[in-house]
Design a protein around this ligand. Structure first.
Ligand code: SAM
Length: 225
């Protein structure tokens, strides 16, 4: 069974390379290393390598694999980086980031901090990260990620994996000078990927593809209904 998951993983990564979504060796290696089947609820294991979002409960989803590839390439993390992710969900994206910043070269001591607002999902992610060997490299925090996590700031890289009305101010403050933030920004129906570097204290934005994410709910996000 595990062999067939490894084979499915290899095939989807090759497909994403052919489409041009996976560009770098580090992203390719990370996607080949993280067992996505361990990050989806049991009934969806056999669909883990279908390239679309899957339900993880509480109305939330694990993003499609091509979206993880596109966002990770856009963020361009390097070994040793301190990364903040908003929207832990299953913990899969956090593991992919941790593979690059920490596990590929543990001597550089990179780390991923990831914030989830739904406590049960925070717990789900912790279990997934634990059983796949990423818990030393990822810290899961339960709370409102739009406020960031000032305790560990500044961050080299910040990724938001939920639809934001705009980039939350606290996250801009917690990004180091020269650091990069990647986020889907738009309304509740469609967003555009924003890739922004902090230069002279302000964000210089570039725009990527259109995408559809579940809402970022919080003080600097959307209000809960
Ligand atoms: N990155 C996740 C993964 O790899 O499975 C998928 C993220 S899912 C598309 C978006 C997540 O953002 C949901 O789990 C949702 O509960 C969470 N979320 C929404 N608003 C949030 C906030 N203010 N702070 C932290 N998490 C938030």
């Amino acid at each position: 069974m595990n062999d067939s998951f490894a084979e499915m993983r290899r095939r989807v990564v090759e497909y994403l390379v052919r489409l041009g979504y996976v560009k770098s060796e580090k992203v390719k290696k990370a996607l080949l290393s993280v067992p996505r089947e361990e990050f989806v609820p049991e009934p969806y294991r056999e669909y883990a390598y279908d390239d679309h979002p899957l339900p993880i409960g509480y109305g939330q989803t694990i993003s499609a694999i091509h979206m993880v590839a596109i966002m990770t390439e856009a963020l361009d993390p390097v070994p040793g980086d301190k990364v903040l992710e908003i929207g832990t969900g299953s913990g899969y994206q956090a593991a992919v980031l941790a593979e690059i910043v920490a596990k590929m070269d543990p001597s550089k001591r990179g780390h991923v901090y990831t914030i989830e607002r739904i406590p049960e999902l925070g717990e789900f992610a912790r279990r997934n990260l634990d059983k796949t060997g990423y818990s030393d490299y990822v810290t899961v925090i339960v709370g409102d990620g739009t406020l960031g996590y000032p305790e560990e700031a500044p961050y080299d890289r910040i990724m938001i994996t939920a639809a934001a009305p705009d980039i939350p101010k606290p996250l801009i403050e917690q990004l180091r000078e020269g650091g990069r933030i990647v986020a889907p920004v738009g309304d509740l129906y469609v967003q555009r990927l924003v890739i922004a570097d902090k230069v002279g204290g302000v964000l210089k934005r570039k725009y990527g593809i259109e995408c559809v994410f579940v809402p970022l709910i919080g003080e600097y996000g959307w209000r809960e209904e």
